[in-house]
Structure formats: structure tokens, C-alpha cells
Design a protein around this ligand. Structure first.
Ligand code: GTP
Ligand code: MG
Length: 192
């Protein structure tokens, strides 16, 4: 499923800017540079819709993209960037207030880098989502950078670490995994 119509409808830097209403929200979260904005572009088929960068810390606010009038894709700023310079405190404040009062969240895609073990922040974030009871899915990004053998090893490792969650390996470059992600997104948005 590719959304025919996609539009950026809000770029929120404080809870005041969050859209109101009951539209289901599918959230992309994960550490800086893991590929959240790139995956939004790949999923929607619109190159350049979400700004991406080789340097971490590109997405600062929370961006809401409306898809086919029926749900929002929500691009969060990455965590783990600008630690000690106020960056991580800002992230915490904005993201915590987002999740604190957002009954419209239908699914969180927790993006991790397919090539390396999850960071301490990744594990904390997964636990935190679990404690909030928010439906989630782990998306292991940049799978195009793994050879067949390494991919098989990493799939085993990720499935062990995130034993309670489905793990989908994806690539914003080749599109691998995107059909499966879309079908989970559509299902979550429908059942909200
Ligand atoms: P922040 O906004 O800083 O939190 O980062 P982000 O998670 O939105 O990452 P972004 O999409 O900006 O991508 C970061 C870098 O990774 C860019 O250089 C992308 O081109 C690259 N990248 C993202 N996804 C993939 C992928 O699937 N494969 C490869 N090879 N590179 C990718
Ligand atoms: Mg981004």
C-alpha cells in the first residue's frame, strides 16, 4: 500500500503544536541517524518529503505527515544526539510529553541499526514503550549494508534481544521489508 496523498501538516516543537483529533498515529522512533526520515520517504515513495542527513540530529521537531486522510506518520527527532548540550534533555521533554497524552498512537516503529547491537538507550526505550503498553515493532534499518551471512546472524541476534517484539529488516535504499512494514501500518491504523 502506497499512500496516494501525503502532506506535512504539523512540525511541533512543543505540545501546543500537536494536532488535535483522533487520527491514528504511526510513530517512527530511534536514535539519531538510524534512518527514520529516510524510511518515511521510502514508504511514501516521495523522495525529499522528510529531510535527511548523513550527520545526526537532522530532525528536531516532531513532524506529522497525513497519509490518505486516514492516519499520520509521525517522524520523531532521534535520541542520543548532543548529549550534554541540552539536546537529550530537549528530546526527553518533547517526546515524553508526546507519549504522555497521545491516545491516538496506534503503533511505534522502533528503528535500530541492523548492523550493530542495540545501544543502552535503545534497550531503555524498548522497555519504556513496553511499560506504557504501546504496540510496537522493531525495524532493523540499513539492511542493504549486510551480506547474506551477516544478515542471518543479525536476524538471530535481534530476535533474541527483542524477543517480545516482531523484528523486520528493512532498507530505504532497496525497499526490502517495506511491504511488510506497510501491511503492519495499515492494520494498526485500521484497528485503532
Ligand atoms: P535524525 O533526524 O538525526 O534523528 O536521523 P534519521 O533517523 O531521520 O536518519 P536519516 O533518515 O536522516 O538518515 C541518516 C543517514 O543514513 C543518511 O545519510 C541516510 O542516507 C542513511 N540511510 C538511511 N536509511 C538507510 C538505508 O536503509 N540504507 C543505507 N545504506 N543508508 C541509509
Ligand atoms: Mg530525521
Amino acid at each position: 500500500m502506497k499512500p496516494a496523498r501525503v502532506a506535512l501538516i504539523a512540525s511541533a516543537f512543543s505540545p501546543r503544536d500537536f494536532p488535535r483529533g483522533a487520527t491514528p498515529e504511526i510513530v517512527l522512533a530511534g536514535r539519531s541517524n538510524v534512518g527514520k526520515s529516510s524510511l518515511i520517504n521510502r514508504l511514501t515513495g516521495i523522495r525529499g518529503l522528510a529531510h535527511t542527513s548523513a550527520a545526526p540530529g537532522k530532525t528536531r521537531g516532531i513532524n506529522f505527515y497525513r497519509c490518505q486522510e486516514s492516519f499520520f506518520l509521525v517522524d520523531l527527532p532521534g535520541f542520543g544526539y548532543a548529549e550534554g548540550r541540552g539536546g537529550s534533555r530537549e528530546w526527553k521533554g518533547l517526546v515524553e510529553s508526546y507519549f504522555a497524552d497521545r491516545p491516538s498512537v496506534a503503533l511505534v516503529l522502533h528503528l535500530v541499526d541492523a548492523r550493530m547491537p542495540p545501544t543502552a538507550l535503545d534497550l531503555q526505550f524498548a522497555e519504556w514503550l513496553g511499560s506504557l503498553g504501546i504496540p510496537r515493532l522493531v525495524v532493523a534499518t540499513k539492511a542493504d549494508k549486510l551480506s547474506g551471512n551477516r544478515k542471518a546472524v543479525q536476524q538471530r541476534v535481534m530476535n533474541e534481544i527483542f524477543a517480545e517484539t516482531q523484528v523486520i529488516f528493512s532498507s530505504a535504499v532497496t525497499g526490502v521489508g517495506c511491504r511488510e512494514i506497510w501491511s503492519r501500518v495499515a492494520e494498526a491504523a485500521r484497528n485503532r
